[in-house]
Design a protein around this ligand. Structure first.
Ligand code: NOJ
Length: 542
């Protein structure tokens, strides 16, 4: 058992994507009132904390990741008083609340950017962002691509260009400017003072840009950057620059002014060895483990990434985190139904081969049961407790992700994982609200996945998640340690022990279950007593 039992070391943190969780006022867009009404269901599920994707004031060009006021709630989602009510209720249910911090860029409508535009070339206001002259008249200052497609520079009337790693409505802040640091420390304090338990830091790996903003040698447009992954020898001019550590230490000092708070970094493309440096004792508490998310349901690959994660994070005394789904990736029950999937962020549209739903459900449930037994902290994405699949046939006319527009529809983008989740099979919008409106249309198969169809039904995915979370808590698996049971592992079986629980994952033909009390299994109703079938996981009491 880990000596430090701080909550974030072992918590199961549930991501609420406010647009799509529950809609209290019936306008088709999820909101804080909706969250308030549905919070009890998360208590029943058994999560320890929730993380809110942005609900701040925003023109919503990138679904709220374009913030125009960091210290207020967008009227789409409610008011600060609504937030206070959600926070108070969550705390009364002993659920902690983490919110998003979006420090890499603001909205172009943010007063600081508007002031920069007005103040003109060479001003202190422009120095809050990255403004540059172009090369030979009309060429952008360098060759950097935007993650969402196209290039990362937009020219303004006086001829200067501003940098935006994402959409042109999201200008990048200049983190070499102490005023930017000060500004964000104040934002942290504003929300910590209000009582939030922590922050998830958006694109935490891009805050510092290489001096001189040099061209990139190998161009990649993906957020995972898999085709130009930075390494120690080959740094990238805007992903994972070393200068970011000073910024992180500053954040940590602020969070240490408060008791029991935690910060988790979102940083996509960095190798685990490098990531571990971000969670040294005076830096972030946690970082998302996207190496794990990117690993297929394959025996050897999973073992490798689990070992590497535990080892690398262990070297600096940090817990590993684990995650399978979020609002930027194809939902894992859909993703894992494929051998080859589109690059992260590209999404699946009607023209892509459609998934094998049964395979996805089977493998997705197994992947979750494997993940929740691992020591460290785990992140869940709303709807995954229902086994909710990606909407893979969303028509072009409904698309909202800037990726879709910046690539002329070549990359359909992330809307398919952001569709409002189903609560009651027979209610309007499947219970998302009372009016039946929905900012993205829900596919017909969401009816089958509605919570009402699963609650209390033995073998349902919802009941599986509940049981996994209950047993995980009872045995304190999050604080435990993992030991492979070598004599039972082979090319298609992984078996490990953690805190009195033996976890068996079968990737191949049916195997005999080791002896012991079956605590939980993905294979509801073992067809043959004592036999675990393929793509199934069982937890057994040792
Ligand atoms: C990562 C967020 O998760 C994603 O949704 C967003 O588009 C980018 N950062 C830009 O803020």
């Amino acid at each position: 058992m880990h000596a430090d039992e701080s909550w974030w070391r072992h918590a199961v943190i549930y991501q609420i994507y406010p647009r799509s969780f529950a809609d209290g006022n019936g306008d088709g867009m999820g909101d804080l009132l909706g969250v308030l009404e549905r919070l009890d269901s998360l208590k029943e599920l058994g999560v320890d904390a929730i993380w809110f994707s942005p609900f701040f004031k925003s023109p919503q060009k990138d679904a709220g990741y374009d913030v125009s006021d960091y210290n207020d709630i967008d009227p789409l989602f409610g008011t600060l008083a609504d937030f206070d009510a959600v926070l108070a209720k969550a705390h009364s249910l002993r659920i902690r609340v983490i919110i998003d911090l979006v420090p890499n860029h603001s909205s172009d409508q943010h007063p600081l950017f508007q002031a920069a535009l007005k103040a003109g070339k060479g001003s202190a206001e422009r120095d809050m962002y990255h403004f540059r002259e172009g090369k030979d008249g009309n060429t952008p200052p360098n060759n950097w691509p935007s993650v969402f497609g196209g290039n990362a520079w937009t020219q303004i009337d006086d001829g200067q260009w501003y940098l935006h790693i994402f959409d042109s409505s999201q200008p990048d802040f200049n983190w070499n400017n102490p005023k930017v640091i000060e500004f964000f420390h104040d934002v942290l304090r504003f929300w910590f003072d209000r009582g939030v338990d922590g922050f998830r830091v958006d694109v935490a790996h891009s805050l510092i840009k290489e001096e001189g903003l040099p061209d990139i040698e190998e161009i990649s447009t993906s957020m995972t950057g898999s085709d130009s992954e930075p390494t120690e020898e080959k740094p990238h001019p805007f992903w994972g620059q070393d200068g970011v550590h000073e910024i992180i230490r500053g954040f940590r000092k602020v969070s240490d002014e408060y008791e029991d708070r935690a910060m988790v970094a979102e940083a996509w493309i960095l190798p685990l060895k490098k990531m571990a440096k971000w969670v040294r004792p005076d830096e972030y508490h946690q970082t998302f483990n996207f190496a794990y998310l990117g690993t297929q349901w394959r025996c050897a690959d999973l073992r490798r990434v689990v070992d590497e994660s535990i080892y690398e994070f262990g070297q600096v005394g940090a817990p590993s985190t684990w995650v399978l789904s979020n609002h930027d990736v194809i939902r894992h029950v859909t993703r894992l139904a494929y051998d080859e999937i589109p690059k992260q962020g590209d999404g699946i549209g009607p023209n892509y081969p459609q998934p094998d739903e049964a395979r996805g459900q089977r493998v997705g449930r197994a992947a979750t049961a494997f993940m929740l037994a691992l020591p460290g902290s785990s992140y869940l994405y709303q709807g995954e407790e229902l086994g909710l699949p990606e909407h893979t046939t969303l028509e072009a006319k409904y698309r909202q992700d800037p990726t879709f527009f910046r690539t002329n529809g070549d990359r359909v983008g992330r809307d398919g994982c952001r569709v409002p989740i189903p609560w009651e099979a027979d209610a309007p919008a499947y219970g998302f609200n009372k009016t039946g409106k929905s900012w993205l249309p829900q596919p017909e198969n969401y009816r089958r996945y509605a919570r009402s169809e699963q609650a209390g039904v033995a073998g349902s995915t919802l009941e599986l998640y509940r049981r996994l979370l209950k047993v995980r808590k009872e045995f304190k698996l999050g604080l435990g340690s993992l030991k492979w049971v070598e004599e039972l592992c082979d090319d298609s079986t992984l078996v490990f022990d953690n805190s009195g629980v033996r976890v068996v994952a079968n990737f191949g033909s049916p195997i005999a279950l080791p002896a012991g009390e079956l605590l939980v299994t993905t294979q509801h109703d073992l067809t043959i007593e004592g036999v675990l079938e393929h793509d199934q996981v069982a937890w057994i009491r040792l």
